[in-house]
Ligand binder design. Structure first.
Ligand code: SAM
Length: 275
């Protein structure tokens, strides 16, 4: 029995339900419940909070979130093999775990959000993690339906999420995250912490929405960052040529000899607002 909840150890759960990890589903499981509790704690207090989780798998992170007092977990899992293991957790925490079998990329989390505080916590499948993050950053309403995102990514992606113009990892993702959220790196998780171990180190990233991000049309911002970082070593007068080049940059009062990676989020928004 595991100390945090009296349920069987995850290794037994995986063996009993035949949950051999599938690479195509990005399955790298966390079996250490102390570690999953550390991830869940990064989200702050969970009492009274509904948590959306993507990819609960055998349920290590789900159990941690429930053990820390979340009001409810709504978990979206694509692999139907995991459902019986998750049903055992649901029995242990009556009325507090709802599992939806499906593809998180096709799930309308905003429409599902209940009244009251919502946080999103997930050890994401690497192949869909960035797209899910972008979807959560672009909901129909802002401030969004969630209070925070606590997400595991490959370290490389985590660095891009928290990067600003002082950083080599700065790019389109950093601008989008920096515009709408305050994002910080919480901690790294080595490959050996997962079963099976992935090739690279992972990182837990925590994002909190800005209540009043700079007013900016997201599609225009995307057009500017796509053009600017598409040719990141070129001067802006060249990389932004198709959007107005010199004239646009002069209106924005930005030196056209600068490169994309030197522009702050505020400067990107200023250019986008002039399109
Ligand atoms: N949360 C578990 C843990 O921490 O041990 C498992 C994490 S594992 C990295 C990713 C999980 O996401 C797997 O259980 C996988 O089946 C699931 N998954 C993969 N693609 C998915 C998708 N598009 N929608 C929902 N779940 C998905």
């Amino acid at each position: 029995m595991a100390a945090i909840d009296g349920l069987p150890p995850l290794r037994d759960v995986i063996a009993r339900h035949g949950l051999d990890a599938r690479k195509a589903l990005g399955q790298n499981f966390l079996l250490d419940l102390n570690l999953t509790q550390k991830i869940a704690r990064t989200a702050g207090p969970l009492e009274g909070v509904t948590v959306f989780e993507v990819g609960p798998g055998p349920g290590g992170l789900t159990r941690a979130i429930l053990s820390l007092g979340a009001k409810k977990v709504i978990a979206v899992e694509r692999d139907h093999r995991c459902l019986p293991a998750l049903a055992e957790i649901a029995d242990h925490y009556p009325g507090r775990l709802e599992v939806i079998e499906g593809d998180a990329l096709k799930t309308d989390f905003e429409a599902m959000a209940p009244e009251g505080p919502v946080k999103i916590i997930a050890n994401l499948p690497y192949n869909v993690g960035t797209q899910l993050l972008i979807n959560w950053l672009l909901p129909r309403q802002w401030p969004p339906f969630w209070q925070s995102l606590t997400l595991m990514f490959q370290r490389e992606v985590g660095l891009r999420i928290v990067a600003d113009e002082s950083d080599d990892h700065y790019g389109r993702l950093g601008v989008l995250c920096g515009w709408r959220t305050e994002a910080h790196m919480a901690f790294d998780v080595p490959p050996q912490a997962f079963t099976p171990p992935p090739k690279v180190t992972s990182s837990v990233v925590h994002l909190v929405p800005r209540q009043n991000p700079l007013p900016c049309d997201v599609e225009k911002l995307e057009r500017v960052t796509q053009a600017a970082f598409g040719q990141r070593r070129k001067m802006l007068r060249q990389s932004l040529k198709s959007l107005g080049g010199e004239a646009l940059l002069a209106k924005a009062e930005i030196d056209s000899a600068r490169r994309a990676e030197t522009l702050s989020v505020e400067e990107f928004c200023r250019i986008a607002n002039l399109l």
